[in-house]
Design a protein around this ligand. Structure first.
Ligand code: MG
Length: 305
């Protein structure tokens, strides 16, 4: 199909962005099992956990234990979320080599998620990123609510461009732009990515992070691919929303993205069957049905035993 890449890079976010909203806490062993399964499936970038306050996100309170126990595999990157300098200290103490910081393009979500204004949050990351770069870590800058914010309404593309420039200027290597509430549509994604290109934000630095609240995630992926984006965040099972925006639907499911890619001749290096198997297993561990379409479709088609 014209305008589509031949290969994309997936960033698997289920162990962090996915699990953080789950009610049932998984123990460290089960999380290690999840990380092993995701690497076995062929993932090369797996967002592993978060060094936010254990009080804010109890599900990820075992971040140090998890990282200490994790047998890191050659060729696989294990980024972790770091909210501030204290989080960076904790991450450095267990030898991470890649972090992500988390800003918002909208004012209200910044206050709700980070308890600070957008400008203060971005300014607060400057010393964190500088220190991380001094320690030779790779740094990803997340930016959420890039299409619209449930409280503020549409996010101006110029604001997103400005935030992206700030994140790059402070030293972020890559950006992940999130339609965190999942309201975006293909035309809006196209408009945003056009503005980013015109604003000088290199597309090779940009990943897109879609949520499937309105069933638009894959359509938005296609729109982004046609604007030259080749890195996409996805979550096995489609788990994840936002603990601070309950109306947000799940993340784009890894298996749904893989189904699109397999049918469209786009290489990912990730094995669909293994992800589907992991999705079924994860649903049992979390004790509820996960939102991914493809895992459900393939399960229901399976012969009865
Ligand atoms: Mg997400």
């Amino acid at each position: 199909m014209e305008g589509l890449p031949t290969r994309i890079q997936l960033v698997e976010v289920a162990p962090r962005d996915g699990l953080q909203v789950e009610a049932r806490a998984l123990d460290t062993e089960t999380k290690l099992d999840l990380l092993t399964r995701l690497a076995d499936a062929g993932h090369t970038v797996i967002e592993t956990t978060s060094f936010v306050s254990p009080k804010a996100v109890p599900q990820l309170a075992d971040a140090e234990d998890l990282l200490r126990a994790l047998k890191r595999r050659a060729g696989v990157r294990y980024p972790v979320l770091v909210p501030n300098e204290r989080g960076l200290e904790r991450a450095l103490s267990v030898g991470v080599d890649e972090i992500a910081v988390f800003a918002s393009a909208s004012e209200s979500y910044s206050h709700k998620n980070l308890n600070r204004s957008r400008a203060d949050a971005l300014a607060g990351y400057t010393p964190v990123v500088r220190r991380a770069k001094d320690a030779r870590l790779r740094v990803r800058g997340y930016l959420s609510m890039v299409i619209a914010d449930p409280w503020d309404g549409p996010t101006a593309a110029a604001t997103v461009v400005d935030c992206c420039r700030q994140l790059i200027d402070m030293g972020c290597d890559d950006l992940s732009l999130g339609d965190t509430s999942g309201v975006g549509t293909a035309a809006e994604v196209d408009t945003l990515l056009t503005a980013l290109a015109e604003g000088g934000v290199e597309r090779t630095r940009v990943a897109m992070h879609f949520h499937d609240t309105y069933g638009q995630a894959l359509t938005n992926v296609l729109a982004a691919m046609r604007r030259g984006i080749t890195t996409f965040d996805a979550s096995t099972g489609g788990i994840g929303g936002s603990p601070f925006a309950r109306m947000a639907g799940g993340n784009l499911a890894t298996e749904d993205l893989l189904w699109l890619c397999r049918g469209s001749g786009i290489a990912t290096g990730v094995d669909l069957d293994r992800i589907v198997e992991t999705s079924h297993w994860l649903g049992e561990e979390l004790a509820h049905e996960l939102p991914a379409h493809t895992a459900r479709a393939l399960r229901d088609r399976a012969p009865e035993r």
